[in-house]
Ligand binder design. Structure first.
Ligand code: NAP
Length: 307
């Protein structure tokens, strides 16, 4: 029987591990199929406090892991396929084996949705990004493209006009999911050019390890053409990693955990941390803060239960 199991090895999970390990709770942190979380998909991180020169994303998250291990956290590979939260002692099934715990911190994140282009994944962190706040500043006076037709795409396109020489917003339809206010703001921004009824076929150039352009298709006319671009930002939604908890934890209509205040879920002893609950901020620093909150809540819960 574990005191604490933490699911997820991004900023939220690692911070929860640092705090619970330092409190002597010997947490087990399980690293799933996206180890390091969203930070492992980026290069330089310039907005994490304490690093005036910036820090490489994967290094930052690896440092957090080392810090947690220094205090006694056990970090192991393992993906949870099932969870049973119906009794006071929770169970999670990891690689076919049930593990028991008194508290559970769910820090499984939300995975960015990708287009699935042939070269997209090879250029993540080299011009392909799913986070404008994280990577926008690298594209000063460069050509930027944003994909999507929802609020995120409008918000990111507007934000990116601070940096780019031009921002092209590409959407597969001519109707937008975005709220009117966000759409109007983007439409009224003279630096944003709208390109509707257009899909992306691929992104170049893997041989240069850098985004240099994209292949586009007009879905109405069938026309296909190449366009030069330096920064390629996906804003086509995120998928919260909550599948094993469906039907057990209160989730919203998109599958994000519904918070019951602080880091609490509807089940006492089960806590949330990071993007698995947060669809608004999604930053490394907010995830780290949420991990700290979840750890403190878990510690207090165990103390109140006499452990
Ligand atoms: P979203 O509303 O689900 O929009 C996703 C967009 O991506 C849609 O326009 C969709 O196109 C497009 N898309 C999805 N898959 C695609 C694919 N394979 N190829 C091309 N395009 C694809 O997601 P979101 O914009 O991230 O917003 C999520 C939630 O957060 C929403 O409730 C939103 O209101 C909220 N949000 C609010 C704010 C704010 O108020 N400040 C900011 C950001 C997000 P189709 O329309 O054709 O399906």
């Amino acid at each position: 029987m574990r005191n604490v199991i933490i699911l997820g090895s991004g900023c939220a999970g690692n911070t929860a591990a640092i705090y619970t390990a330092r409190a002597g709770l010997k947490p087990l942190l399980l690293m799933g199929h996206e180890p390091g979380g969203q930070l492992s998909l980026t290069t330089d991180v310039e907005n994490f406090p304490g690093f005036p020169e910036g820090i490489n994303g994967p290094d930052l998250v690896e440092n957090m892991k080392k810090q947690a291990e220094k205090f006694g956290a056990e970090c192991e590979w393992g993906t949870v396929s099932e969870a049973d939260l119906s009794s006071k002692h929770f169970r999670v099934k990891v690689e076919g084996e049930w593990i028991h715990t008194r508290t559970l911190i769910i820090a499984t994140g939300a995975s960015a949705r990708w287009l699935g282009l042939p070269n997209e994944h090879k250029l993540i962190g080299h011009g392909v990004s799913s986070c404008a706040t994280c990577d926008g500043a690298f594209y000063k006076e460069r050509k930027i493209m944003v994909i999507g037709g929802g609020d995120s795409a409008m918000e990111e396109a507007n934000f990116l006009t601070r940096f780019g020489s031009e921002v092209t917003l590409v959407h597969r339809r001519d109707q937008f999911r975005a709220s009117k206010i966000m759409l109007d703001r983007a439409r009224n921004n003279p630096k944003i050019k709208f390109m509707t009824n257009t899909t992306v076929e691929d992104v170049y150039d893997v041989s240069k390890n850098l985004v240099t352009g994209v292949k586009l298709r007009n879905v109405k006319t069938g026309e296909v053409w190449d366009q030069e671009v330096d920064g390629f930002f996906l804003a086509i939604g995120h998928i919260p990693n909550t599948k094993p908890f469906v039907g057990q934890i209160d989730l919203d209509e998109d599958g994000y955990i519904l918070s019951k205040g602080g880091a609490r879920t509807n089940i006492p002893g089960v806590f949330h941390a990071g993007d698995v609950q947060d669809r608004t901020y999604r930053q490394a620093i907010t995830a780290a803060g949420a991990g700290c909150m979840a750890a403190i809540e878990a510690e207090r819960y165990l103390e109140a239960e006499g452990h």
